[in-house]
Every structure is written in C-alpha cells, then in structure tokens.
Design a protein around this ligand. Structure first.
Ligand code: GLC
Length: 704
C-alpha cells in the first residue's frame, strides 16, 4: 500500500476520521467492553463513524471482526482500523499490578509477563496496548501508583524498557506483537495533593531529572505511541501543551510516533478553562500536534470549518494522518486487518494452564517481607488460622485487570488445602468478641488485611491510607495469648502500617493476579524465598507525602542533637517507615565492598567490586543497590540517587564476587533547559541492600 497516494486520495473528513478514536459501543449495541470514562453522546453521522481510524477496546474476536468488517465493507477507502486497549498487567491471565512487578526489581519477569499478555490480546485482534504506564510517583494518595513502577527514576526506566520489549515480541507484522503506547505525558504522577486529574506544576529541571527518564526509556525502546495526560502541566492542559509535545517530546526527546489524548481529554480542555468550545479545542489540539483524539469528536465536528476559516494548517492534519497510516502499515494491517483475531485462538490460547503456571512463577519475586521475628517460614505442620477481611476473598487481581475474572483466583483456604496445609478460615471480622477463644486452637494466625482492589486505580485518590488502628487491639490480644501473628497485607499502594508493627511478621503482597494465593502461601511456607524490595517508600504518616528516599540535604539538614533549627517534623520522624529498596528474605546475605580508587577520570569505567556471601542453608536473592551523589553541583543533587543495581542469586553457603561498572551517563544531571550539566567534584557512593544499610565510599571525580 502506498500510503502517500492513499493520503492524497482522502477527503478532509476522512482524514479527520483517522484522527478520531471511538469506543466500540458506537458500532455494537451490546459490547461487553468497559470504558473508563463517561459515555458522552457525540453527534456523528453514520459516515463519520465508519471513517474512524481506531477503536478503543473490544471484548472479543467476534466484536473485533464485526467492527473491522463493517469499516472495510462500508467505508469508501476501506482503511483498516487500529484496535487499542488497556492491557496493563494481563489480558485474561492476570499478572501482578505494575507496582508489584517493580517490587521484583527483575525486568526479565516483566518482559515475559507482557509477552504472554500480547499473545492473549492478539486472539482478539488488539493491535496496540495503552501500556506501560511510566508515571513516576511519590504520592501514595494517588490511586494510580498501582499502575506505575514507583518512586525511582532508574527502576522506572528499567521497567519501562522491559515492559515494551515484552510486548514487542517478534516483528511488528507478527501475530503476538503488540504495539505500545506509553503514558501519561507528562508527570501525571505528580498530581497536586495526590488528587487524580489535579494540576501539575514543577520546574523543568525537576521534570528532566525525575520524570523524563522513564518516558525517555520508553521512546528509546521504540514505543510507537504516547498518551498525553489529563492534567495541566505548568498551567496548560497536557493535551494541548505545545511546550510538552513540540519542544520537549519531539525536539528534546526525539519522539516521532503517534500522539493520542486520554479519554475525552480534548473536549475536557473546555472544563479546564483553556478552550472556549470544541471548535477552539480542535484548533488547539491540531496546533499542538495531537494526532488522535480519544472518545470525543471535536476534530470530526469542527475540522472542516477550521480549515475553511484558515484557523489550522492542512499540513498539520496531513502530518498526523500520515503517522497514523504509517503505524497501520508497520503492523501489516493493510495486508491483514484482522491479524490474529480468531474465536478458535481465543479458545486455545486464553487462560491456559501453562499461562497460569507461568503467572505463578513470575509473581514470586513481587511480595515484600517487611518484618520477620522468625515466625516465618511457617511450619507445614502448623495449625494456621485465617482471620481478617481478606480471608475469603477472590478479589486479588488488582485494578486495570481488563478481561481477568476473579473467579480464576483461588481463596487462601482453597490453596492451603491444595498444598495439604492445615489452614482454617475463622472470621473476616477482627472483633475479639466474634472470635472468642478460637485462637487457642491454632499455632499461628494469618492476619489477612489491606485495601480492597477497587480502592486503588484511576479516580481512587485517598487520604486515609493507614491500616485500621483497631487492628492493634487484635494483635495485642493475640500476643496476650502467645499466638504469633503474620500480617499479610493486600493493596495497590503504600499504606501507613504503624498499627501493625507489633505483628511477628509483615508481608506486603500487593495484588498478584490470577495466582495470588498460591504465590503468597508458598512464600509464607518457605517453599519459595521472598526477595521483593519496595518500589515506593511507605510513610509513617500521610502528611509526609509526597515522600521518597531520593531527598535533598537542604541547607539545614536534620540533626536532632545539635540544632533545633533543622529540617524535620515535630511529631513524626522525617524518614519513611519502610524505605524504597527495603525488603527481607529468609536468608541474610553479607556483603564486603572492596576498596576503589580515590580518583576517577570520568572516562574509564568506575568499577565497584564486592563479594556477597550467603551464610544460610537455603538459596536466596538479594538486590545490591548503588546510590551516588556528587557535590558541589548546580542544580543540587539529592543525597542519594539509585544509579545501578543488580539482583543476585546465591546457592546455600555460596559467595560471589561481582564488579559493577559505572560510567558518566549514570550520573547525568539536566538543567532547566533539559541540557546535560555534569560538573566533576567529590563523589559519594553508597553500596548495600537498601538506602539505609550501606557501605559508603568517597572519591574525587576530576577529568585530569
Ligand atoms: C483512562 C486512563 C488511560 C486509559 C484510557 C483508555 O481514563 O486515564 O490510562 O488508557 O482512559 O481507557
């Protein structure tokens, strides 16, 4: 297909149709696809609808074939539509929420999860996924932290690349290859007060140093599309923000792909107070280089008028349509518009036992062990009680679980029985009066608590992120009866855990998808050794948010002994309760960091050699983290920034000596204009198992 000839043969209305994405219910009366926004009435003709360039989600191969056939048979030019959907952490086989994926610190697992998701999505003819969501965030009040990869720029970069590499299995024309649309540009994770859709204001220096890296990693991994964010960025809605789309995305970050709005976001620039009406919104969108508007029709309704009144340039419209046609061509849609959509493939490839087995294996490294006084691993002979609101639930898929079904999740009791372990459901209530003396019958209590899956995700911001303080009463009661308590926490965000610190053990299990209970029970029983690390810090109090290990010294650093006038809170310690990068396992590793040179020229690799030893009779994994800082520096650098990490597996009693090589690129610092400003100076490197358990090395970086 010669797409330049095709473009030249299109009417203006047909071009505007290609720049429009509609949900399937405009084509099908009974689509079972959920859309994540209001289904506004759009005033579109039958021809307008048939000219649509892409469809937002479909529920099955049958739906896709019906819609695509309608477009190919009834439209004048028979341009196949792109089918896009939110395949975020699984299609029908559901994997851990992305925040839990990040907790594994293992990109290979994430890549494999997305390969499976892409294969399953291909059975329904999905061509593009609105994933990965790479919005760095440090504010657990924002419900969408579950959908991203946490607070750290490097971990976000690693996971962004792994996600896209997984979806991009094979060639773009292959069935099972899923094009990607990274999101949400820009800095949606910094929504003010953690309130979804709220304004975002920051210096461009902060944007470039904190938020840009994950978006850049997606661009460098050849993500085909980007979705603009709902929020204003420095006073201008991202959807029509030319500084973002032109100066930063295209000129500075060299993104050449398709730019799509979020759901109805172009129309919503009116509510923002930026556009006067849809005519104005369409003008602003075209001027900003917004190639596709999702779930609204400003382009179709006003595009011709804008051209006739010379308010916008046809060259801009042609440039957008050409990019859309190029994407369709790259995916082979002109040759094979249905590309994999098949009811037979749905029957044979969705939710297979192999996929579920892989889902289990790929999830073991996500849960994070935060405390263990030795009560874990549980003895398989123990009599175990299940108590708390999550004792019987199957709602363990997490938000954004697309066509996953909670019926695929076994309850903890079902899984325990399958493992021949003596586990008894006692009560969802934690009221001691409901439990009476039943605790006497058991050796250990699994306290199944947390935040329900429907309380995180989009439009789910909360300030009440603390665990119910009354749970402390239950723990104290159990302790009074000498019954150890293991707090098993579920949730899509960091929670305030101060009420349960007296539990004997604490494990954050997130939402792990289709095989959640199998993974958690096998970790609690020691059949697998926990190795997860926190991708986001857990605060002592919600008032600390936004919060991160990645903090600045300030001019008056915290000093409780010598100076009252230092940065602190009067009522809460300024550090996180559990810090990014922290996580325990059943093996305690030891590390010896070898001396390094006291001078680095910035040209040859800076080598850090360490020896890690497993002094236990079971194998285990540990994440060696390297944090660095350089001073003096303008702009100032945080005290610690993760610049490299390795996840190492050691057999029983094994030692390994490894060398981490660092380069100048690992210390990149941007200024306000997005230019790299690297100033040699005194370098402080910290190596260890989390930002607080570290060996510190100091050296001079000077070019000479
Ligand atoms: C939603 C989300 C976005 C998603 C889109 C399509 O509102 O903000 O992440 O991809 O709409 O469902």
């Amino acid at each position: 297909m010669n797409i330049h000839d095709l473009l030249n043969s299109m009417t203006l209305k047909e071009k505007l149709g290609q720049m429009t994405q509609l949900p399937p219910h405009f084509f099908l009366s009974l689509s079972d696809t959920e859309v994540f926004g209001e289904k506004r009435t759009l005033y579109l003709s039958h021809d307008d609808i048939l000219s649509t360039g892409s469809i937002l989600g479909v529920g099955s191969a049958k739906e896709m074939v019906t819609i695509q056939s309608l477009i190919l048979e009834k439209s004048r030019l028979k341009i196949p539509a792109l089918f896009m959907a939110d395949i975020i952490h699984g299609y029908q086989t559901i994997f851990p929420i992305p925040l839990a994926q990040a907790a594994s610190f293992n990109p290979n697992l994430v890549k494999r999860m997305n390969e499976i998701s892409a294969l399953e999505a291909s059975t329904c003819g999905i061509h593009v996924t609105f994933s990965p969501m790479v919005d760095l965030s440090r504010d657990a009040r924002w419900g969408r932290v579950m959908e991203g990869f946490g607070e750290d720029p490097l971990l976000n970069q690693v996971m962004a690349k792994a996600s896209i590499d997984g979806y991009h299995k094979g060639k773009p024309t292959d069935v099972g290859y899923l094009a990607t649309c990274f999101k949400h540009f820009a800095a949606y994770g910094a929504s003010e007060s953690g309130r979804d859709y709220n304004s975002v204001d920051m210096s461009y220096e902060r944007f470039h140093n904190l938020y840009r890296p994950s978006y850049q990693a997606a661009i460098d991994a050849k993500s085909e599309m980007v979705m603009l964010a709902f929020n204003t960025f420095n006073g201008v809605p991202s959807t029509i923000n030319k500084t973002l789309t032109q100066n930063i995305l295209k000129d500075t970050m060299h993104f050449k792909g398709v730019i799509i709005s979020d759901y109805d976001a172009l129309h919503q620039t009116i509510a923002h107070g930026a556009a006067k009406d849809d005519f104005d919104a369409a003008r602003l969108g075209i001027e900003a280089g917004l190639d596709i508007e999702m779930a609204s029709s400003a382009y179709l309704e006003h595009g011709e008028d804008l051209i006739s009144k010379q308010k916008v340039s046809i060259d801009d419209i042609n440039a957008s349509v050409l990019k859309i046609l190029e994407l369709k061509q790259s995916l082979g849609l002109f040759e094979d518009p249905f590309k994999g959509a098949s009811e037979l493939r749905e029957k044979t490839l969705l939710k297979t036992s192999l996929h579920f087995e892989e889902a289990e294996k790929l999830s073991y490294e996500s849960p994070v062990l935060l405390k263990n006084d030795g009560v874990l691993p549980l003895k398989s002979s123990s009599k175990i009680a299940l108590i708390g609101p999550f004792s019987k639930t199957r709602s363990l898929l997490g938000a954004w679980h697309w066509h996953g079904n909670i019926k695929d999740c076994n309850t903890y009791e079902e899984t325990a029985k399958n493992l021949s372990v003596d586990v008894t459901y006692v009560s969802e209530s934690l009221d001691i009066n409901d439990i009476h003396n039943q605790l006497d019958l058991f050796d250990v209590i699994l306290l199944m608590i947390g935040e329900p899956q429907h309380e995180s995700g989009e439009a789910k911001s909360k300030v009440g992120i603390h665990i119910d303080p009354n749970i402390k009463t239950f723990i104290d009661y159990a302790n009074s009866k000498h019954k150890p308590v293991v707090a098993v926490i579920h949730g899509g965000r960091p929670l305030v855990l101060d009420a349960i610190l007296d539990a004997n053990a604490i494990m954050m299990t997130w939402f792990l998808g289709s095989r959640h209970t199998e993974v958690v029970m096998k970790l609690l029983l020691g059949l697998k050794n926990p190795s997860g690390k926190l991708p986001m810090s857990f605060p002592r109090h919600v008032g600390q948010l936004p919060l991160s290990y990645h903090d600045f010294n300030t001019g008056r650093p915290y000093d409780p002994i010598h100076n009252e006038y230092t940065t602190k809170y009067l009522d809460v310690h300024l550090s996180p309760l559990f810090v990014f990068g922290f996580g325990l396992s059943y093996t305690k590793m030891n590390i010896k960091v070898h001396d390094i040179k006291t001078h680095w020229d910035g040209i040859h690799p800076l080598e850090i050699t360490y020896t890690m030893t497993n002094s236990n009779d079971i194998s285990g994994d540990e994440v060696i983290q390297v944090y660095g800082s350089i001073h003096p520096s303008i702009p100032v650098r945080p005290l610690k920034k993760l610049i490299s990490y390795e996840k190492i597996h050691l057999k029983p009693f094994e030692s390994k000596t490894q060398t981490i090589k660092l380069f100048e690129k690992d210390f990149i610092l941007y200024n306000e204009s997005g230019n790299i400003v690297m100033t040699p100076g005194t370098m402080t490197l910290h190596i260890g198992f989390n930002p607080y358990e570290l060996h510190t090395l100091t050296l001079e970086w000077s070019p000479s």
